[in-house]
Design a protein around this ligand. Structure first.
Ligand SMILES: [Zn+2]
Length: 285
């Protein structure tokens, strides 16, 4: 390993929640004053701090954490490793990857607490951005979840993904697009609402070790890039949603519940996707 290379490295952490240890139900990942959410929020913070600890032990010199779940106010700032900066709140133009363009190079991305795509079987809380809008999603013809789309966005900016954590469906998707990434399987999903889980403590120990390894994995990693132009084909849940989606410039109606987001590159495609998600919230009855 090139020590000089590793000691200059910046780490970017995109932190989702459905893939965290023990999480198997929406009650645990939707902000509410009940114990299930409070507990999952604490687990999320512990997992984020574990990868930060491992990254700094591995030689990283700076880190940015982006709260990438739901309303994006799940991570308690005062509890985060003080060596990291935290991107929090909604709405952010780059959404699950906000802040990724501000990193000093060399830099890498970790996807923590990620989950299976909407089309994945045996995947806890499987969805792609919005379970209320997206019934299927393909990036340039290939079925895509958040791992794929976010890796492609990071890749556009020259950032390789070197660590992914979540269930086995998440890691299977990562293996297809970022095979060089170190994977941590937090649980083995049995279905949408059930999994065989490792303990929080075991997951955190594995994440810490994996993060150190992932810093060194940068040398053998590369940005995941998709060939332009970029097409994100989406099947919506309802025809009403497709009716609204096709009003956006760059969106083509491909069927009753099918639209295609056509863009010159990944950031432009991602902006269209973001607009679609925001519009859906606005028009939902
Ligand atoms: Zn989420």
């Amino acid at each position: 390993m090139d020590v000089r290379h590793a000691t200059q490295t910046a780490v970017y952490v995109s932190a989702d929640m459905e893939g965290c240890a023990d999480v198997v139900h929406w009650d645990e990942v939707r902000p509410a004053a009940h114990d299930a959410y409070r507990r999952a929020r604490r687990v999320l913070l512990a997992e984020v701090n574990s990868v930060l600890a491992g990254a700094f032990e591995g030689g990283a010199v700076s880190a940015v954490v982006n709260d990438a779940h739901g309303a994006m106010r799940n991570i308690c700032g005062e509890g985060v490793d003080p060596r990291a900066r935290v991107v929090t709140g909604h709405s952010k133009p780059l959404y699950m990857l906000e802040g990724v363009t501000d990193l000093p190079f060399p830099a890498m991305a970790f996807f923590v607490g990620y989950h299976g795509a909407v089309h994945a079987g045996e995947a806890v809380l499987a969805h792609t951005y919005s379970p209320r809008l997206i019934f299927a999603c393909r990036l340039n013809g290939v079925p895509a979840g958040e791992v794929t789309l976010n890796a492609a966005l990071a890749g556009h900016f020259g950032i390789p993904v070197t660590l992914v954590s979540g269930d086995q469906a998440t890691l299977a998707e990562a293996a297809r697009v970022v095979p060089w990434a170190v994977g941590v399987e937090t649980k083995r999903s049995l279905g949408y609402y059930a999994a065989i889980c490792l303990s929080e403590r075991e997951v955190c120990e594995q994440l810490r070790a994996a993060a150190g390894e992932a810093v060194h994995a940068l040398a053998r990693s590369r940005p995941y890039r998709v060939n332009p132009p970029v097409e994100v084909a989406i099947d919506t849940l309802t025809t009403a949603q497709a009716d609204v989606a096709e009003l956006l410039p760059g969106v083509r109606r491909a069927g009753g519940r099918s639209v295609v987001l056509c863009a010159p590159d990944m950031p432009a495609a991602y902006r269209l996707l973001r607009a679609l998600l925001a519009l859906n919230v606005a028009i939902s009855p």
